[in-house]
Design a protein around this ligand. Structure first.
Ligand code: ZN
Length: 93
């Protein structure tokens, strides 16, 4: 579920290199060991959450967020990127 307008009370963003397999929270593709990804940890409404995003989705999110924030003064919620940008996306396995 996408909850708009909720900014984290605290957030850490890093770009580590995967040591094991992860799954992108946006496109659900596999982030392979050795691949760089975006790791976001933060507190939303009192809940500590972690989001891992592949490089492609991270770039798309950055780009989309700059327009989204301009238009609505909000950022796109994690896991809602593709839903928000309106792309039809089918998981490729
Ligand atoms: Zn992705």
């Amino acid at each position: 579920m996408c909850v708009y307008g909720e900014d984290p009370s605290i957030i850490w963003i890093t770009n580590p290199i995967a040591k094991k397999e992860h799954r992108c929270c946006e496109c659900l593709s596999v982030i392979s060991p050795g691949e760089k990804y975006e790791l976001v940890k933060g507190v939303w409404g009192g809940d500590f959450l972690t989001f891992k995003t592949c490089q492609i989705c991270a770039i798309v999110r950055d780009e989309a967020n700059s327009q989204f924030r301009y238009k609505w003064d909000e950022t796109i919620p994690f896991t809602c990127l593709w839903e928000t940008v309106g792309c039809e996306y089918e998981e490729v396995i």
